[in-house]
Design a protein around this ligand. Sequence first.
Ligand code: MTE
Ligand code: MO
Length: 383
Amino acid sequence: MRAPAETDFTSRLRSPAVAARIGVWLGVCFAMAFVTGVISHYAQLPHPIVPLPTSPSWGYRLTQGLHVASGTAAIPLLLVKLWCVYPKLFAALPRSLRTGLLTALERGSIAVLVSASIFQLATGLANSAQWYPWQFPFRSSHYALAWIAIGALAVHIAVKLPVIRGALGAPLESTELDRPEASVPGAVSRRTVLRTTWVSAGAAVLLTAGATVPWLRRVSLFAVRTGEGPQGVPVNRSARAAAIDPAATGEAYRLVVRHGDRSRELSLADLKALPQRTEDLPIACVEGWSAGATWTGVRVRDLLDLVEAPSDTEVLVRSLQRRGGYAQSVLPGSYADHDDTLLALELNGETLDSDHGYPARLIAPNRPGVLQTKWVNELEVLP
Ligand SMILES: Nc1nc2c(c(=O)[nH]1)N[C@H]1C(S)=C(S)[C@@H](COP(=O)(O)O)O[C@H]1N2
Ligand SMILES: [Mo]
């Protein structure tokens, strides 16, 4: 047995012409995933310098849906692109020190790009399938590697620009830029390889996008959240999984609203006696699924008025859940003051299901699902 050499790969399909065309769409997907990912990361900062706007209410639903869709489409694109270029892995380094060093440097940057890309797509896919098999924190590592991937991609595009230009400027079947060994016609045409790649990427998106687009649900075999759940809305963490004590949500339940040394305690009956508002607002999970819903409850601003909280002030939202990162969240001032931000008591016309946060849960426009805290029992105005 000997290691393969670049000259062993003779198919004309593994060509810059194919690689560059797939690369364009891979670049589009990476750029879209990067921008929407940065938005999602920023939206989850507890104390952003400038909070995201509160409208449109479906903004996060759209950007996070695009994030997961573009990441999913990138998977088949990356696989075919790697198949196109991997003979180069076995190319010998040039003998002269100068060009050898430059080539080694370029290959190093590609190694970084490829490993960061695989890490991003693998962890993202696992996350959207609610599978966290690793020991490192998902969000910070996915965020850090995104910068490395996008940086390495920029270097890669800059280095390859002449080849990209040449390949895109010439007809698909042109052999001008091919490796000299790549002289054997493929089993299918380059056109067929490209078409199959586009179809796979499209299918991958359709199969997962059903988690966000209701009429796609029927075809979305891969969508983890099928839209099923109590009251027509999926559930991420049930009351049982969050270890909510049923006794604490019964007669004994009180909502505490706190502002400095002022505080008010309200029973569920007290909350129901306050003016009720009904709003259509989506739940949009970072994992990519989302669902529109109709919520009825008390305006958070009305509750803050009970303790004379000033306007535009951050509010800490605590829940009956004792542990876990989502047990509480911070509501930026612009969100706390927004008319549509509710402490919801009802979902789609029924009393909240225990898994949706009974007796009361936060729902605000254009806010990541993880921050729509369920089983809320305290609102504290932050100094
Ligand atoms: N207290 C608490 N609130 C929570 C969570 C949680 O684990 N604990 N999960 C969040 C996540 S990740 C999402 S996507 C939404 C989902 O709300 P739903 O289960 O009512 O659809 O609730 C959020 N609120
Ligand atoms: Mo979520």
